[in-house]
Write a protein that binds this ligand. Structure first.
Ligand code: GLA
Length: 390
């Protein structure tokens, strides 16, 4: 999808207009390693994709924001002169609405507009369509406020703001990783982000002769939000137990040691959650070493270990993700695989010998379908830029 195609979609939807149509793209993200530790002050290693959510808009003279999506029927209308509140019926419209409310509350100038969204991210696949939509809306508002100064938009602050909307307006207690990756993505690079300090570094993803294959279970993420919040609660509990038994308090669960966990936590589930968190943070650090040395196989092994930990200790995988990952690992040429994102369905990733990717897809597809009755989908998206104007 390019700018002109997006403008055509806008005209198809709203009729032809004699005003300027302004277009944007906000990418989805994939996380390479460091799962479920962003909200525990750990290191994560996500990257923005080249697929995502497009936005096209024209300005209106009044204070009405009219939003439609090419992917779902219906229209969400916001009156900027009224109090903006979460409304279940507005469904996806709550994401941009929450962002507009937050920006308005902070004193930003927002006028009326007609917007069309179009997503080429697979639906419900855990590639962060909600973060893409939130950041897109924030970027649109800030861009329109001062187009000449769009380079100066504080992207770290935008990701914080969008995370706040997701936490408080939508009610999902997510960490900052998705909004950060969507907002700060860089072509061909992944981002090593310290979620404790928000210090980050770009790292060109040099995978040698291996391709990063995204594998979609085609199983919609289910109960993801409630289970997600449940896991966060368990991590908070683990931190509380550790801190109530230690003289020197630790700031977050990633700062705990394996010994702290073994000696202080008795509840089996809470112990395993904490164990995942601490070992996963170590795996991210080791991954950076492996990649620096060009040891792609070492990185692949860490990815697989990450999955096993998410499967057994953090318990956020399930039949579909596990089948996909384990079938992938059986195929020659696959040197590592893991679920990506929140889990409970959605996508996994694999590192596969470039020359064997087609064979890999075919075999994994057949074997996965035998077990689950569902055909998976595969993508080989490149790593792309954060949210931008087209
Ligand atoms: C979701 C959340 C992120 C992160 C991942 C798991 O994508 O939005 O903040 O916690 O799950 O790593």
């Amino acid at each position: 999808m390019n700018k002109n195609e997006m403008m055509d979609l806008f005209r198809e939807e709203y009729g032809s207009v004699d005003k300027e149509i302004i277009t944007f793209l906000s990418p989805g993200r994939v996380n390479l390693i460091g799962e479920h530790i962003d909200y525990n002050g750990g290191f994560v290693f996500p990257a923005a994709l080249t697929v995502g959510i497009y936005g096209a808009l024209t300005l209106r003279e009044d204070n009405i924001v009219r939003m439609r999506s090419k992917n779902v029927k219906g229209e969400v209308v916001i009156n900027l002169d009224k109090e903006l509140v979460y409304d279940k019926q507005d469904d996806w419209g709550n994401y941009p609405k929450g962002v507009i409310k937050e920006l308005k509350d902070r004193g930003h100038k927002i006028g009326g507009m007609d917007i069309l969204f179009y997503s080429n991210l697979p639906d419900g696949a855990g590639l962060s369509s909600s973060a893409a939509l939130e950041v897109l809306m924030a970027y649109i508002v800030l861009y329109l406020e001062n187009p000449e100064k769009c380079e100066e938009i504080d992207r770290v602050e935008v990701s914080r703001l969008c995370q706040k909307v997701e936490n408080q307006f939508i009610g999902v207690n997510c960490g900052i990783m998705d909004q950060f990756a969507v907002c700060l993505g860089k072509k061909d690079n992944a981002i090593l982000l310290d979620c404790n300090s928000l210090y980050y570094e770009y790292a060109p993803l040099k995978l040698g002769n291996y391709s990063l294959v995204i594998m979609n279970t085609n199983k919609r993420r289910e109960l993801a939000d409630s289970k997600y919040n449940e896991r966060r609660g368990e991590c908070e509990k683990a931190l509380e137990i550790i801190n109530s038994n230690k003289e020197e308090k630790i700031p977050n669960l990633c700062a705990a040691t394996v010994e702290d966990i073994n000696s202080l936590i008795t509840d089996d589930a809470v112990k395993r959650r904490a164990m995942h968190v601490v070992t996963e943070n170590e795996r991210v650090k080791q991954s950076m070493e492996s990649l620096k040395m060009g040891d792609i196989k070492g990185f692949g092994e860490l990815m697989t270990k990450s999955h096993i930990s998410l499967e057994n200790d953090y318990e956020v995988t399930g039949l579909h993700l596990d089948t996909l990952v384990h079938e992938a690992l059986k195929i020659e040429g696959c040197i590592g695989a893991r679920m990506t994102g929140a889990g409970f369905g959605g996508c996994a990733i694999a590192l596969v010998d470039e020359a064997k990717v087609d064979e890999f897809k075919e075999k994994v597809s057949t074997n996965y379908e035998k077990v689950t009755g569902i055909r998976p989908l595969f993508y080989t998206s490149k790593l792309g830029e954060g949210t931008h104007r087209l």
